[in-house]
Ligand binder design. Structure first.
Ligand code: ZN
Length: 533
């Protein structure tokens, strides 16, 4: 048996290092955050799960059983299961909890949680002029049509585990989500299933109350209709209307309203890791799956992965999952890989801005050490390699960044616009973890223009059988940009194994009854729309 990390189990704050023990039933935010709000405090308090990962034979394998449900399959690596078992046997077992809520999810959404497809896309690689091997992780057919449901199923399981372990005080409370699309849909599906899961087994569940979705005024009307159909309450938030918002009224209007609801007692059932670190737990199953499936299908290490970044929970969780897999000897993650490439659009790229700030800081440190002036580097690829060469100083700058958030991350100054509407978060909430993993892995962030996004969607749809949408194809647009930077196909590229995640697709129909698993995209029917204010 081997263990991952230093053995601490629970939630760890990336900003101040505080550890919330695994036994804590409600580890949403860093406990130091509330006592650290005084003037001059600029620590980036964000919790992330850490589980010992005490399984594995010690062989170079990262192979699990045959269970296709990722929450049962990777349960030993999840904080929620570790929490449940830390309280001894009281209520339902982990397997029973997963099965009951998952069965209810299947009733609501027409599908439960299954490992999603991971396959090479030779035709797409050829169309891109890429001579290596391109792998696509297809999340478009996941519960509620995107990866978001993984994050929220993890929260539901942890909170239900709390109720089963004698911590039922918060059972049945209302849930709150801040989202413009897929996260709200996923929250509504899981909430509906979780509150109705009694029907799927015997014994009482804690369950949850009503979901309130805080959405922007320009939210997709089909999303609003579906939310209504799933029994969620929609609260529309106008930009600039919230006086207390970060940036003096600018910035995402949904988050301040969401926070008010949480302060009033709602459970933070949202996909921003800064609001509830538990969302990263379930999201890590995506990283575990990629590591395991890549190892099975390829047998070679994965060299790089391109991940679209909005609030950052996806990239942060996948990267964390890959880190655990690497620690357990997954061959997909051999040699310190894969390199992480976060992808944002020109319409909104606060993470790239943070990376540039970090590079400036490392340059200054190199200069100050007197060991030589920074080498003249021209491309971001060269900068990334230069950061790896100066790893010690990069770590010092990352440690500085953890305590000086506002120098690296602040709300995007203008109202962001992009066809990739799902990754337009004003701030990258999980920026620090992503920045650390990007720098350490030798990757670098990519910012893609709208033309590339449009082309990525077209090529993705044409050369795979996946109905990917613009947000879902943003990682592919990042790969296209990397290819451009790389130049013509060459021998080095031919050896590359790269992965892209198609996170969401065009599967959203106007079906508002909350059921069914429509495969086709249907034309909008105005008569089915619920008005939005
Ligand atoms: Zn902290």
């Amino acid at each position: 048996m081997k263990a991952v990390g230093d053995g601490a189990r629970g939630m760890v704050c990336g900003g101040c290092g505080a550890v919330v023990p695994v036994e804590d039933p409600w580890p949403y935010r860093c406990p130091a955050a509330s006592t650290d709000s005084g003037a001059g405090s600029d620590v980036d308090h964000v919790l992330a799960p850490r589980v010992g990962g005490e399984r594995g034979s010690g062989a170079d394998e990262f192979v699990f059983g045959s269970d296709e449900n990722p929450f049962r399959r990777y349960g030993d690596l999840l904080l929620a299961k570790a929490f449940l078992e830390s309280h001894g046997k009281k209520g339902a077992t982990w397997e029973e909890l997963v099965t009951r809520i998952d069965d209810a999810v299947a009733l609501v959404d027409g599908r439960g949680f299954q490992r999603t497809p991971y396959a090479s896309a030779a035709a797409l690689a050829e169309a891109l002029g890429f001579s290596g091997v391109l792998w696509i992780k297809d999340e478009t057919g996941n519960v509620a049509g995107s990866h978001k449901a993984r994050h929220l199923m993890g929260v539901a399981l942890h909170q239900e585990a709390a109720a089963q372990s004698g911590h039922g005080e918060r059972a049945g409370l209302p849930l709150a989500v801040a989202s413009c699309g897929n996260a709200a849909l996923a929250a509504a599906v899981i909430a509906r299933a979780w509150s109705g899961a009694e029907a799927c087994g015997t014994g009482a569940l804690g369950g949850c109350g009503e979901l309130v979705a805080f959405v922007p005024v320009d939210a997709d009307r089909r999303v609003l209709a579906r939310l209504g159909g799933l029994g969620a309450t929609v609260a529309t938030c106008e930009r600039g209307a919230v006086a207390g918002a970060a940036g003096g009224g600018s910035g995402d209007p949904c988050l301040p309203a969401f926070r008010e609801a949480v302060e009033a007692g709602a459970l933070p059932f949202t996909c921003q890791g800064s609001e509830n670190g538990l969302v990263l737990d379930g999201g890590r199953t995506l990283g575990f799956e990629i590591a395991e499936q890549h190892g099975e299908a390829s047998g070679k290490p994965l060299d790089r992965i391109f991940i679209q970044v909005g609030g950052g929970a996806l990239a942060s969780a996948v990267s964390a999952g890959l880190r655990v897999a690497r620690g357990l000897g997954a061959c997909a993650c051999a040699a310190g890989g894969p390199a992480l490439h976060p992808v944002q659009t020109t319409g909104c790229s606060p993470l790239y801005r943070a990376w540039k700030r970090l590079v400036d800081g490392v340059e200054q440190r190199v200069f100050e050490t007197g060991h030589g002036v920074p080498e003249p580097v021209t491309t971001d690829r060269e900068v990334a390699a230069w950061l790896v060469e100066h790893a010690q100083l990069a770590e010092q700058e990352l440690a500085y960044a953890a305590k000086h958030r506002s120098e690296f991350m602040w709300p995007w100054e203008v109202t962001p616009h992009s066809a990739a509407a799902g990754i337009l978060d004003d701030e990258t909430w999980d920026w620090l973890t992503i920045l650390k993993d990007t720098v350490r892995s030798g990757g670098w962030p990519l910012v893609v223009p709208e033309e590339s996004l449009r082309l990525a969607v077209l090529l993705g749809q044409e050369h795979t059988d996946i109905p990917v949408d613009a947000t879902g194809a943003a990682g592919l647009a990042g790969l296209m940009m990397w290819l451009e930077e790389y130049g013509q196909p060459n021998a080095e590229q031919t050896r590359e194994q790269v992965a892209v995640i198609f996170t969401g697709g065009l599967g959203l129909s106007d079906d508002i009854d909350g059921g069914g698993d429509e495969e086709e995209t249907r034309q909008s029917d105005p008569n089915q729309m619920e008005g939005k204010s």
